[in-house]
Ligand binder design. Structure first.
Ligand code: CA
Ligand code: CA
Length: 735
């Protein structure tokens, strides 16, 4: 069996059937290996402390959206109608500087454990990575490790009834499942990726039993967002029968791609986004200032590189983009409606006043699928259609902040946090903003505080790492939370540290930038050159964190199999001995082709020539790519320029046409054995650049045509799909 890569694109679009099979098989194997396994509720709770429920301990409900940006909901400046969340904000407190960890799996790991994600074993996605010595890297494993406890485990030990619904995504394929990690009740999807039962990835587990799409007791038709609320309330009823306070975690998969919603929801939004991202960003920004969420001295970040001006688009392009964002808005609005039903359900049961509800998102708006986004399927937004909001709208999603999911700039890690608890938050705080920075790690500390739980030092015989956060309870009422340590981030070598009003942040392979968050939340004025001592001091703290928290080796494991870093002598993708397609020097490919490493051109140490005939209808998109973040090449359009990019570990060379390239062309891109790169359009004389040689070893991602599979090679995010036609594409390796 080849490696199960849970990195977003691979799962959702290349291996979706394979994944659901693997998840099912491995789970079944796990169940069969433990005869007579019972639902979690029938297991005994390890005695960790706490005790019987008492009347003064509140219930806690954590609701987390998936891939929703900082400013999408109304009470954070969005134009999407979210009356229920807005009402929650009016009766509670909104945090202006709450942080997640920039990606689905690490955020869930951090939220559930109160640790930084690498400490819980989930520093990236759910792959078991190994170091140079072939030994597993503690920070990069296939699921939550045994040196952490989950909110479910801690709150159950304190006498709470624990339940979760929604997207789990912290290691189900490896046997890390809600019913074994502290949840008395669960209705969960292993990793999301669907909204309707018709979805090929639709897979649900009720208290550990795989229900497939519509097995009883599920209804015959459902929409995932509604199921999470319906089952959440069922579990609340069970908690009441058990006369226990409850901890409920609702892990929405909305609005993660593939964006899907009932047609009537989409129809309500169609046409409303023809105002375009430029005007809508400005409108969100002005509302944010007016409501007091942001400071007017923070500039609105400029349109991000690669994003075209709305007015430069044709009416057809504008209509397509409107369709995409209408679907996204429908998904968010439907989630708000479902949250409203949950709140009403708590009220009807007499539980709302003494329930702390927290609402947040797991990462910033998502630019995967690049500038065009994606709008595919017979009925976009329906079951089994593929819709990605894309980079342009992600910039709107994160107004006024920069960058996106994956990045540790503010647009990647900032989320709304609404805290609502009538009995515990003073009435005078209703509708107020709380400006102290908070982080996912604080939610464990808050739950321990409110639940009078004991955070354990050992659990099931394992030593447990100390929790990293501080209780947010004082902040709910406007008091200092007394944080002693800076906040830290690392994801895909993007990194950051925040201490007080200062933030140091860097992109992969780039130097630190320094920002003052009081004056410049939108990160427009880098002060690193002016304050080298502060940079040095904060960077040193980050280094200590990285060394103690399983972050290191920094991205080394993401390098290439040629150096043996993938550890693998495994067959297929990622194998240290992978050589590419043996003896084959000519490759005839078409748009959509995606070859495994073993099927790909063996370019290690050799020159090669790409010839492509294409018709471009958009200023960006990948014609062909082979490789990932450390090594490889890509031929793509960027801001209309045709670009040939070659990456040899730290050395990157880019050769781009001076002119904008649109319409039908033939291109020959070539790298010679001496490193000379050339690019010739339509048989004209080539432009050339000298570079330091060919790519020395086979890159870790195979060739893909019309997009970049796996990690991106070039200067773009995500798969960066090419939206025009590619009539032919050949690769010839030098003899
Ligand atoms: Ca996410
Ligand atoms: Ca790639």
């Amino acid at each position: 069996m080849s490696r199960v890569q849970l990195s977003s694109m691979n799962v959702l679009h290349r291996t979706r059937e394979a994944l659901s099979q693997i998840v099912g098989v491995s789970l079944l194997a796990g169940l069969m290996a433990v005869p007579g396994i019972k639902p979690a509720s029938a297991q005994t709770n390890p005695p960790v402390g706490g005790g019987a429920a008492t009347a003064n301990r509140p219930n806690i409900v954590v609701i987390m959206a998936d891939d929703m940006g900082f400013s999408d909901i109304g009470c954070y400046g969005g134009e999407i109608k979210t009356p229920n969340l807005d009402k929650l904000a009016q009766g509670g407190v909104r945090f202006t500087q709450f942080y997640n960890t920039a990606r689905c799996c690490p955020t869930r790991a951090s939220l559930l454990t109160g640790l930084y994600p690498h400490e819980a074993g989930v520093g990236h996605m759910l792959n078991r990575e190994v170091g140079d010595d072939g030994k597993p890297l503690a920070g990069y494993t296939e699921g939550l490790n045994d040196q952490c406890v989950t909110l479910g485990e801690v709150m159950r030990s304190a006498g709470y009834f624990t339940a979760m619904t929604g997207k789990w995504h912290v290691g189900q394929a490896a046997g890390v499942v809600p019913w074994k990690r502290g949840f008395d009740r669960s209705l969960n999807a292993p990793a999301g990726g669907f909204y309707f039962p018709e979805g090929t990835k639709a897979s649900l587990f009720l208290n550990g039993k795989n229900l497939h799409q519509t097995d009883a007791p599920l209804p015959k038709q459902w929409y995932s967002t509604d199921l999470w609320t319906d089952y959440g309330l069922k579990f609340v009823d069970e908690a009441k029968q058990a006369k226990k306070p409850f901890f409920l975690y609702v892990a929405e998969n909305a609005p993660h791609f593939p964006l899907q919603a009932p047609a009537a929801d989409i129809a309500r939004w169609r046409g409303k986004y023809k105002a375009g991202w430029d005007k809508l960003r400005q409108a969100r920004y002005e509302r944010q200032i007016q409501m007091g969420l942001i400071d007017k001295k923070w500039p609105l970040s400029p349109r991000q590189p690669g994003v075209p001006a709305w007015d430069s688009l044709t009416p057809q392009q504008q209509d397509r983009y409107d369709n995409i964002m209408a679907i996204y808005a429908a998904v968010v609005e439907h989630m708000d409606t479902a949250v409203g039903r949950l709140i009403d359900g708590l009220k009807q049961r007499g539980e709302l006043d003494n329930t702390l509800i927290l609402f947040l998102s797991d990462n910033g708006g998502n630019a995967e699928a690049g500038v065009p986004g994606r709008l595919e399927g017979a009925s976009p937004g329906g079951p089994n259609s593929t819709v990605f909001v894309g980079q342009c709208w992600a910039t709107l999603n994160n107004t006024p902040l920069v960058r996106y999911k994956h990045y540790t700039d503010e647009g990647g890690i900032s989320t709304p946090l609404i805290a609502h608890w009538p009995k515990g938050i003073a009435k005078a705080r209703d509708g107020k903003f709380e400006k102290q920075p908070g982080h996912l790690i604080d939610i464990m500390a808050t739950c321990v505080d409110l639940g009078k739980a004991k955070y354990p030092t050992t659990f099931n015989g394992n030593t447990i790492k100390p929790m990293e956060g501080v209780s947010l309870l004082p902040a709910f009422n406007g008091k200092d939370i007394g944080r002693k340590q800076p906040l830290f981030w690392e994801h895909e070598e993007n990194r950051a540290v925040r201490e007080g009003e200062w933030k140091l942040v860097a992109l992969r392979g780039e130097p630190w930038r320094l920002y003052n968050m009081t004056n410049d939340r939108s990160e427009q004025h880098d002060l690193a050159a002016q304050q080298p001592e502060r940079v040095k001091a904060l960077a040193a703290k980050w280094d200590v964190y990285a060394a103690r928290a399983n972050v290191l080796p920094l991205g080394g494991w993401r390098a290439e199999n040629g150096g043996g870093k993938k550890g693998g002598k495994k067959a297929g993708a990622g194998g240290a001995n992978a050589q590419g397609a043996k003896g084959k020097t000519h490759f005839d490919l078409k748009k959509g082709s995606s070859l495994s490493v073993d099927e790909s051109p063996a370019i290690g140490g050799r020159g090669f020539t790409i010839t492509a005939k294409f018709n471009a209808d958009s200023p960006s998109g990948v014609l062909v790519a082979q490789g990932g973040v450390a090594r490889g090449y890509a031929l793509y359009l960027k801001e209309g320029k045709l670009t040939f990019f070659v990456h040899r570990q730290q050395i990157k060379t880019e050769l781009a046409t001076p002119q904008t390239v649109t319409g039908a062309h033939t291109v020959v891109a070539k790298i010679a054995a001496d490193g000379t790169m050339s690019l010739a359009l339509d048989g004209q004389a080539p432009i050339t650049v000298n570079s330091p040689g060919v790519i020395k070893a086979l890159p870790k991602d195979g060739v893909s045509v019309g997009f970049d599979q796996g990690d991106p090679v070039g200067n773009y995010t995500g798969e960066n799909p090419f939206s025009g036609t590619i009539d032919s594409l050949t690769i010839d390796i030098d003899k």
